[in-house]
Write a protein that binds this ligand. Sequence first.
Ligand code: GAP
Length: 446
Amino acid sequence: MGDKISKIISLSKRRGFIFQSSEIYGGFSSCYDFGPLGVEMKNNIKRAWWDKIIKEHENIVGLDASILMKPEIWKASGHLTAGFADTLVECKSCHKRYRADEVDSEICPECGGELTRPRKFNLMMKTFVGPVEAEAATTYLRAETCQGIYVNFENVLNSMRLKIPFGIAQIGKSFRNEITPKDFIYRTREFEQMEMQWFCHPKTAAKYFDYWIKERFDWYICLGIKKENLRVRHHKKEELPHYAIAGADIEYHFPFGWREIEGIHNRGDWDLKNHSKFSGKDLSYFDEDPPAGGKEKYFPFIVETSGGVDRSLFVFLTDAYQEIKGGRTKTTKAAKEIEILLKIHKKLAPVKVAVLPLVRNKPKIVKKAKEVYRLLKPHFVCQYDELGSIGRRYRRIDEIGVPFALTVDFESLKQDDLTIRDRDTMAQERVKVENLIDVLKEKLSS
Ligand code: GAP
């Protein structure tokens, strides 16, 4: 893995973003725990997505369906059959498995052993419901959140009195028994998805497909991802998943190459038609105002946008990570050091404000700084830090991307004010404590 990725992994652990799952037991492969900063950042990503999708569109509503569902759903969706399987080869000697498309020889890249012929491996995670581990009690952890949306199509349509076109959005965990989870949190067996399903007239689906690709691409750009690191790649016919009639990936340029971070698919009428067939419930829609006039009964087409919370967190961390050789903090010692700066968008930054007493051996300054911290805490995610020189503390908060640092100094005691330092410009200004909450709110929302 690239040098930059190793540094991000190290920073993630050192500063409380991401830990290996079950670490004290030797680690549990491909599962990760999000630490105090990781969980804040994840919540910020989910909030930014939810606000964009739900608040900025008139006809999209939310849903939170359960992870466990009737196994018939996964038959109808095609996940239990050929569609949702990877082709793998296994080393006859060390038994390591590889996706067939990832090895280009007949011997194991790890130990040189002979590889088996390719065979299909289904990615669904099996589990049992109830006390008996029998076939009849088998179900699956969901492999994508959207199936919970399709099977609730009618419930949402009727309870919310919606008309086509409209969307249903959901954020939640999904599980896949990936053969080769890798690249840190890029491909894991448990992950969170942010999915929106747009139900529309079949003749309008192509138009909405283009619309949603642009919307989703712009979301990453608005949250600070550099344009040169983002691209859209349209799928060739042979690449399309079993349910789609058109598909495109939004890809990010990771240090290990261009990789998918979100998929946009025109799923046609695959989902509602199949769930109608398997459940016996007619999910077609009676349109009293179709584009061509008259009245029409049809299975709505679905355009979906499907992104990963964990994967986009990885993108936001990678894109924000910078190393600056000296110069930012102008002390002689600092000038010789590499400073890490996480130039993360203010909306996504896990900690918004740091409160720093200039020195810690002056009780009046410490007392005032603590008062400011307590004043701000109900309004912003804040940190209080009094340990080490002020330069070192600035570097510590730059490393986790805190947008604003507040320094309480001798002047503050006389004037009831303090200095705000901007992470990106390093410009400093004095602000009265009484105006602080409003000033910070404005700065954080601009
Ligand atoms: N409902 C369509 C669907 O699930 P997908 O392309 O298989 O489409 C969509 O997945 C997104 O979910 C991906 O772009 C990625 O962000 C996330 N994702 C999928 N598998 C993942 C995994 N094993 N680990 C982390 N994220 C994953």
